[in-house]
Design a binder for this molecule. Structure first.
Ligand code: ATP
Ligand code: MG
Length: 723
């Protein structure tokens, strides 16, 4: 391939990156759509074709499965035949493969199972039960957050010291207990994958050395979202001799809540004193209007490295802000727009509908189905997370690994076989006492015989069933094996008996699952087909349901999973206070900045057309509420947008002027942004106010109780000093 081919159509800065001397470390810091991923891909091709590096020497890491697939495709387009030898993947898939290879070096069983976030939730809530911790006081979510956060920062329970903090002491106890259970059962959650991979390199220097020798060229896309462990792992891999290319954008850092550290960008500059930093400022993706709006929005953030994007592109259409009367009207409007787009010979694949919360997709899905518009979802209500699929998976996992407690718990009594909570409690207690897995506890019980008879018969039958399934299906092809297990476990008959639509849908999903098994191709030949299929499922459980290839689909996804992607036509829906920014973040300035970056990521996905919607009334958190348009809408320059209202525009205008005017005060000195304390609800922040005098209504987001409307004169609020 010609050098010129790899450099053509690039601007000077981009060329400088792609053709930089092979022994340079590179840091490309640049805004959305400026060609970061493009130069990364071209650089890979350059090293191979011009500098003659072996494709084996290259490893590239990115964040979502979809982004990894796209990167692979872009590399394939450039290089053609040798494509498969370059290792491209997400942090999670790469770590998982590494651990499979070196399971014995990290004290994992060969057949360790990956817990996705739902499995993790399920397991933690069970353990809270065993520990006698009241779920109301100790939510599984809070414990999971604690555990993952510690792991993301490389901390094992033994590394954590607590002084006089009862709450944290309990959380630590849960962490320890959870980890013991996982270790005993051969279970590995997502954060654990990364931490173990890091510890593998830390403790086994010869293994690290092997990989350092092999991977001399290391690439990281979306670097701004790496957490402590991920960055530490990258540094290990670079070692003393490897060369690193990092691309990222501080304005698109959206995983702070998961431990991502923007500071890693500064750290990398300190750690690699010779790293060459290149800034790209020309945007090739979006129209002037879209870009101007994005620039204006993000300039409201105070924590920024600071940069401004420009484009030679056309002004394009103004961004449409649609104020819907409610969520049905919102869906209806979107459908109309999609139809219009499609009727004018534009492809649906080029349209994306983005939202902040997964649950926002449901209504829209219904509307799309009703109107016969094909769509697919990334993330969200996940195929592999559906009840029936989880149940089949549990059987499959038990067949591979008897000690998988989470799976054991899930199906020991499904289909019903007369093993109730009392029996289960006995098993659980035994497992705690003797540090056994649930399976081992059952064996123990059966050996001891001093156990009431009926239960021991059914338990024996269950153990026999699993042993039988393993023995019978050992030599079958994967899909025959899966089919056999679905039938013999009794699951199929059980769903068949559910005579309603749900039952039908479940059978459909099971069939779809069989399709997945049929289509599955094993990559790693050192493990069994079933084992690698199960890993594949865990790692893809955030990759949505049936994706019909070659069909023209509207793409639905959360703002988080849209990172790195681009579409001609983008909708961002439900752009309201309480959704985007989420009500959890309204309270804290730093979190607001992360929400703003999320909005920025959303806007910058759009190439040509952007529609932003919000509603005047919607069902949210179990109540019908009257949300306010997001402050982020108010931050878009007037000249870039066009507003469409069904109801009186004057009311709307007023609403958000109120909201955005920091100085707005009424006679009682209530103002938006004021921190207050309420006798019952605790601390909160005023986010909206309607009316004047003491009769005015205040909308307040309370730290613990969520959003409430209160009448000022009855609320008896005290002020807190704003920091
Ligand atoms: P993000 O921050 O959203 O990940 P990015 O910086 O990675 O964006 P790319 O996805 O690499 O940006 O590029 C954005 C779009 O611009 C792509 O369609 C890409 O092909 C195109 N592009 C990049 N550089 C050029 C160029 N020099 N000439 C024409 N098009 C370009
Ligand atoms: Mg990119």
């Amino acid at each position: 391939m010609q050098k010129s081919y790899l450099l053509k159509d690039l601007n000077d800065k981009q060329r400088e990156v792609v053709s930089a001397p092979y022994d340079l470390n590179l840091l490309v810091l640049a805004g959305a759509g400026s060609g970061k991923t493009r130069v990364l891909v071209n650089r890979i091709a350059w090293l191979i074709t011009v500098e003659k590096f072996s494709p084996y020497s290259i490893i590239a890491v990115t964040f979502t499965n979809k982004a990894a697939i796209e990167m692979q495709q872009r590399v394939n387009q450039l290089l053609g035949v040798i494509k498969n030898k370059i290792l491209i993947g997400t942090f999670h898939t790469l770590s998982s493969n590494l651990l499979r290879k070196h399971y014995m070096h990290v004290n994992l069983p060969k057949d360790f199972q990956i817990l996705d976030s739902n499995d993790q939730y399920y397991l933690v809530s069970k353990l809270l039960n065993v520990l006698n911790l009241n779920e109301k006081q100790w939510s599984p979510q809070q414990c999971i957050w604690y555990i993952n956060n510690k792991k993301n920062n490389g901390l094992r329970p033994k590394d954590i010291q607590i002084k006089n903090n009862k709450i944290e002491e309990t959380l630590l106890k849960v962490y320890q207990f959870y980890q013991d259970t996982c270790d005993r059962s051969g279970l590995v959650d997502f954060s654990e994958l990364l931490l173990r991979a890091y510890e593998l390199f830390l403790n086994k220097t010869d293994i690290l050395q092997y990989y350092c020798n092999r991977f001399t060229n290391i690439f990281v896309d979306e670097f701004q979202d790496t957490n402590f462990v991920q960055y530490a792992w990258i540094r290990q891999l670079v070692g003393k001799t490897g060369k690193l290319m990092i691309v990222g954008d501080d304005d698109q850092s959206i995983y702070g809540w998961r431990g991502a550290q923007i500071e890693n960008i500064k750290r990398v500059i300190d750690d690699f004193s010779d790293i060459k930093t290149i800034l790209l400022e020309q945007n090739y993706r979006s129209t002037k209007n879209i870009l101007k709006a994005a620039n204006a929005l993000i300039s409201n953030n105070s924590i920024r490295m600071g940069k401004k994007l420009w484009t030679k592109g056309i002004d394009g259409e103004p961004i449409v802000i649609y104020c819907a009367s409610n969520e049905l009207d919102e869906s209806r409007y979107i459908i109309d727009q999609l139809k219009y787009w499609n009727e004018n010979n534009n492809s649906l694949n080029n349209c994306a509908i983005l939202y902040r919360r997964n649950s926002q997709s449901r209504l829209l899905e219904e509307a799309l189905i009703k109107n016969g518009i094909p769509y697919c979802i990334y993330g969200g209500k996940k195929f592999f997370d559906r009840k029936e699929i989880k149940e089949v998976l549990s059987y499959l996992r038990l067949v591979v690994n008897r000690n998988d407690d989470a799976s054991f718990e899930r199906v020991i009594n499904i289909p019903a076989r007369g093993i109730g909570e009392t029996t289960l409690d006995i098993i659980r207690n035994l497992s705690c006492k003797h540090k056994l897995t649930l399976w081992e506890s059952c064996e123990y019980l059966l050996r001891e015989k001093n156990y009431f008879k009926r239960a021991s018969v059914v338990i024996q039958r269950f153990l026999n069933l699993i042993n039988f399934l393993e023995k019978e299906t050992k030599n079958m092809n994967l899909h025959v094996q899966v089919n056999y297990i679905i039938k013999k476990s009794g699951l199929f008959d059980m769903y068949k008996k559910e005579k309603n639509e749900k039952g039908e849908a479940r059978i459909e999903n099971l069939n779809e699952f069989l399709n997945a098994a049929l289509e599955f191709k094993r990559q790693d030949e050192s493990t069994s087909y079933l084992q690698s299929f199960l890993s594949y499922v865990s790692l893809n459980s955030s990759n949505e349901k049936k994706i019909i290839i070659n069909q023209d689909n509207v793409q639905l996804m959360t703002l988080h999973s849209a990172k790195g992607l681009e579409f001609q036509f983008v909708f961002i829906i439900g752009v309201e206070e309480g959704i985007l920014p989420s009500y959890m973040s309204i309270y804290k300035d730093q979190k607001i900045e992360e929400e703003r970056r999320l909005a920025y990521v959303g806007i910058t996905r759009a190439m040509k057309k952007l529609i932003i919607t919000y509603t005047e009334s919607r069902f949210l958190y179990g109540k019908r509420v009257n949300p306010l348009p997001s402050r982020f809408i108010g931050e878009l320059p007037i000249e870039c947008i066009k507003k469409i209202y069904l109801t009186s525009p004057i009311n709307n205008e007023k609403k958000y002027l109120n909201f955005n005017s920091e100085v707005y005060k009424n006679d009682f000195e209530y103002k938006v942004g004021q921190l207050v304390v309420h006798d019952k609800f605790g601390e909160g922040k005023i986010i909206n106010l309607i009316g004047i005098g003491k009769e005015c209504k205040l909308q307040i987001v309370f730290q613990k109780q969520g959003v409430k409307w209160l009448v000022a004169q009855y609320a008896r609020l005290n002020y807190l000093n704003n920091k």
